[in-house]
Write a protein that binds this ligand. Structure first.
Ligand code: AHR
Length: 499
């Protein structure tokens, strides 16, 4: 238990206005991405029913249990670039009769995990589906058949085929993505060409009205708004969202990205500074959306985000370690997404297990939860919460060399449990910070929650030492009608306020 010590004379001040709630923070903002890449699906989650690793119909029990506890609201599957060449019919029917194939990842895919297995997983963990279709090497007919196979409720040969393969009832598909990264691995297209293709595909994706997935157009990358520009103009009424992908690279240089562990403070601050650019990126895309879609019918879906480091681990497959720094990256992005809740209804971090900024790492029978897992867990109350306006006064600055970033980042919302939840990040790796919290119209009596921090910037859990970093309980009481919170250096904190 960490209790807050005495209050500084000049604290950072946070004013929360509970009288003017903002938009709901869609639970899908906390979505995840699971791609057939490296050990992200096979080994990381799927070991097969005959494995000695305890499993349920092939899905490892330890991972399923951890994901269920995380309250994952949405899973994007099967890619990414993998989706751009994936043929769904290879992944249905008896598992021992499914063909293996080499899709775009150029790695042999055994197709043990297909549509039925994916839905089995997400039903076990309680998540909704975001299925990504293949525009790159697929066809309109193939995609239309897949949507029918998943959603048709009878009177259709594809619904009968689904039943024959063991699933009578249609599944719920929350979102369906028409292609991925069409400007690159999805087919090296130009946005106008894709806009036409999208309209053609979307037109034929029939499904019963009540269960038709919301269709998503695959957009651009980073600060380039040209795809958002074309798609928001051309696809009005045909899409509810345009995607953008934005990764955090410590050095900002894709050739030499920076290491996952053992980095120096210059890469601590540059990583956080680079991740904070997400705010400007969203603003740039929203300017375009506001012009072309003033009715606000189209959302900006950030369906790939997170850290991407140099691949030093011999396992390959974009496996990287995950440290306290990743937890701060996740938290800072959550704050930005909350700020833009009106236009950002969904994001999926890349990725769920063993790939890039993962929640969970596995090594054969061993499993470890990462600091990013704990960040997602701590922020669970923000799913479907009502955002609250928050102002930070007298903020500290954290500077190293030529780089300066805000010391404190904060967000607040009234959660479904009726309580105001406040999240705080202190980016400074050296100094704790005192924060005075004022809530309009209320005398806050205290706050209780969790804090995630450690002595080392790259503190991480390993298969040998899986408990090096995890959240600690935190609570504090108000004194003289004032609530003061001491946020440790390099920390993420989430508390519920006692009104
Ligand atoms: O997340 C890893 C890869 O990054 C995805 O397959 C692709 O869409 C992106 O380029």
């Amino acid at each position: 238990m960490i209790a807050a010590p005495a209050f500084a004379a000049n604290p950072v001040s946070i004013d929360i206005d509970t009288g003017k709630p903002g938009p709901i923070i869609n639970k899908y903002v906390y979505g995840q991405f699971a791609e057939h890449l490296g050990t992200g699906v096979y080994e990381g989650m799927w070991v097969g029913p005959k494995s000695s690793i305890p499993n349920t119909r092939g899905w490892r029990n330890d991972v399923v249990g951890a994901l269920k506890a995380l309250q994952v609201p949405l899973v994007r599957w099967p890619g990414g670039c993998f989706a751009d060449t994936y043929h769904w019919r290879d992944g249905i029917g008896p598992q021992d009769k499914r063909p293996s194939n080499v899709y775009g990842s150029r790695v042999e895919e055994i197709n043990a995990v297909g549509t039925h297995e994916f839905f089995d997983l997400i039903e076990m963990i309680g998540a909704d589906a975001y299925v990504n279709g293949n525009v790159g090497t697929g066809s309109v007919r193939e995609m239309a058949d897949w949507v029918q196979y998943m959603t048709a409720d009878g009177g259709s040969p594809l619904a009968r085929l689904r039943a024959q393969n063991g699933r009578e009832k249609p599944w719920k598909v929350a979102y369906f993505g028409i292609g991925n990264e069409l400007w690159g691995c999805g087919g090296n297209m130009k946005p106008d060409y894709y806009a036409n293709l999208y309209s053609n595909y979307e037109h034929f994706l029939w499904a019963p009205e009540k269960s038709r997935p919301k269709m998503i157009a695959s957009g651009g990358s980073g600060f380039d708004t040209s795809w958002t520009q074309v798609l928001s103009k051309e696809l009005k009424g045909r899409t509810i969202g345009i995607t953008v992908h934005q990764y955090t690279v410590p050095t900002g240089n894709w050739e030499v990205k920076g290491k996952d562990l053992g980095f120096k403070e210059d890469e601590w601050i540059s990583t956080l500074a680079n991740t904070l650019k997400m705010d400007q990126l969203i603003k740039d895309h929203v300017v375009v959306l506001d012009k072309n879609d003033p009715e606000k019918k189209i959302g900006l879906m950030i369906d790939e985000w997170g850290t991407w480091y140099d691949e030093v681990n011999p396992r390959g497959g974009l496996f990287q370690q995950n440290s306290l720094r990743d937890a701060l990256v996740a938290a800072l992005n959550f704050h930005i997404f909350h700020e833009h809740a009106e236009r950002v209804p969904m994001t999926t971090i890349a990725q769920m297990v063993n790939v890039l900024q993962a929640m969970i790492l596995t090594d054969k029978e061993k499993m470890v939860l990462t600091p990013t897992y704990y960040a997602f867990q701590m922020y669970a109350p923000f799913q479907d919460a009502k955002s609250l306006p928050l102002a930070i006064k007298d903020n500290t600055r954290y500077t190293l060399g030529a780089v300066t970033i805000p010391g404190v980042s904060a967000t607040a919302a009234r959660a479904k449990d009726g309580k105001v939840h406040l999240a705080l990040v202190n980016t400074d790796p050296h100094k704790a910070v005192d924060v005075a919290v004022n809530v309009s119209g209320t005398q806050v009596k205290g706050a209780a929650g969790q804090v995630l921090t450690s002595a080392a910037m790259d503190a991480h859990n390993t298969f040998q030492n899986p408990q090096v970093i995890k959240p600690a309980a935190f609570s504090t009481r108000a004194a003289g009608g004032k609530l003061a919170i001491k946020v440790p250096a390099k920390a993420v904190m989430v508390v519920a306020l006692e009104e």
